[in-house]
Design a protein around this ligand. Structure first.
Ligand code: FES
Length: 121
């Protein structure tokens, strides 16, 4: 978590039930149709959607595409994704997750998908 200046001692601890994330996957160069892929991820201290995606990328699936070069503080807006709870467009770095959360993530705009959660601005 390079965007955090001071690492909290609990930041690497697994706390509570894992998070289940169903994530939109589509590579227009390979896939005929989009699909959803489910990941079960250990819940860690102060986990957000952005840190969830980083955890998946680093520990489970390096083929998952999302914008990772971001501020992590709700300023730049490049982490926009749609979250299943209300279908609203939201900044992934600003949405805290709870232990045992079940979420569905889709790209900010399906019409502009470059790959998975990455869209053309
Ligand atoms: S990472 Fe910049 S607003 Fe979310």
């Amino acid at each position: 978590m390079s965007h955090i200046l001071k690492i909290h001692p609990d930041s690497e601890q697994v706390l509570g039930e894992p998070v289940t994330a169903e994530i939109f996957r589509f590579d227009p160069e390979v896939d005929a149709e989009p699909r959803m892929q489910t990941y079960v991820v250990p819940y860690r201290y102060r986990m957000s959607i952005l840190t969830l995606l980083r955890e998946i990328y680093e520990t489970q699936d390096p083929t998952l595409a999302f914008r990772n070069q971001q501020c992590g503080r709700g300023i730049c807006g490049t982490c926009h994704v749609r979250v299943s709870v209300n279908g609203k467009l939201t900044k992934g770095c600003s949405v805290p997750l709870e232990p045992g959360s079940k979420i569905t993530l889709t790209p900010a705009s399906r019409a502009k998908v470059i790959r998975d959660l990455v869209v053309d601005f």
